[in-house]
Unconditional design. Sequence first.
Lengths: 198, 321
Amino acid sequence: MAAKSIISRPVYGTLSPQPGKHHLFVADAEGALAIAEMAKRAPAGFFDEAEIVFIPGPDGKHVAALEALKPAQFHEAPSFASLLPRLRQTLANAHMGLRLYLSGTEGLIGQAMQVALEAGIDHTSIETEHRGSLARRMQCVHCKGITENVTTQPATCAHCGLLLLVRDHYSRRIAAFQGVCINAEDRSEIPPMEEIFR
Amino acid sequence: MSTGTTKLDVVVSDVVPVNDLVTRFHFRRRDGQLLPTFSGGAHVVVEMRDGDRTRLNPYSLMGSPLDTREYTISVRRDDVGRGGSLFMHRNVRPGHEMVVSYPVNLFSLDLRAKKHLMLAGGIGITPFMAQTAQLAAEGGNFELHYTCRTASLGTYADVLRERYDRRVRLYHDDLDERIELDRLLSSQPLGTHLYVCGPAGMINWVRERAATLGWPSETVHFEHFAAPQPGLPFDVTLAVSGKTIRVDEQQSLLEAIEAAGVDPPYLCRGGVCGQCETNVISFDGKFIHNDHWLSEEDHRSGCKIMPCVSRFEGRSLVLER
């Protein structure tokens, strides 16, 4: 569970059914379990007006569990990049009364929220629940390149190669944690690398 | 003491009757300088010195925020109120020197919105006059739905139609025209923010429907200045200043505290901003809460009161003031 450290570090809740006319779920891997558990607390007919967009993990599990909820629409995507055009299109055509639910890895929640913010949804009105990996999207403050699935501290920038301290400082606008050079004074100083964002 | 609001010495530059109930007042600075800038939805508190009595009432600024040579307010005459609006209508003439507070905005536009949907009822139109002027100047996307009793009491309806044409939709009670609220709310594009100003009943109705139809509370903005209601006189002990005061029938609790020489913080004087929130030390009787600031739980607890608009009936009331 992600703990609050500094104010920009996102914290996540537990999905709960909101009043609304349409419900859009975006989830990956174990995020499906958060939807399935919320479904037990949802009023009858809740999923008649719901769309679920799901990226299964490498094991391909949970698809059947989500289909069993009988949402109005179910869409399976191989990656976040592949569902992005669809998500943008859905939000562009949506009306007030659509509620958004995000569950799964931090990377998925952050990137889907970024698209939602661009569509004019206030981040505080989005239901989120973290499940699964704590791997981070990180932006290097030096070259601005984004490195996906960072699990170590420190981490190497995939673009410029600097060794970066992965901070809790988070940007909703770019959906990434900040990485700052950890050995700027003396590059020969290499702190041990630990895997801490699993 | 009005927290954070310095006073402005102004002179009434014009008084314009708008219709049977509403009169517009224009203020300029006495020293000829420009007035402070403000944003659409801001209000000022106008000091009305009426003999030995001073009333302080909030009014929305209705001029364009792009023009700070003058402030304009529109005052609806209330024949059964505590007399503030009657004083403005009967006593205030061009050349009259008055004092108003710096503008304060408790009803501002959320400029992140993709679209602004505005619902006005009656004199609740005034903040939207400034907001629409602000948005129109920067190409903002807005739509205004304005309900009034009759066409002749549709204050500024003609001006708004002239300025913004089909972006303004009018509803007349006497012709039985009603906002199709559910349809309106459900057909707005994602990213729309809702603003409502008008009678309390209208605000409650709109907020309830918006919440039910899935509008997040962050997207629903409302303003309703409660006027202090007259009521039975009551006695209050101010524990910190060691005074016991009587609140007269026509006086608000805040005004009685001020009349006793105690200077509590205030801002809107209409039960909205929260500045004058006061702790109750003990009481024997019942509160008449009229504010929009405290939660229902606060109201039930008997631990807090907003002295600008709320009253008390009973044997004793001790405040931490």
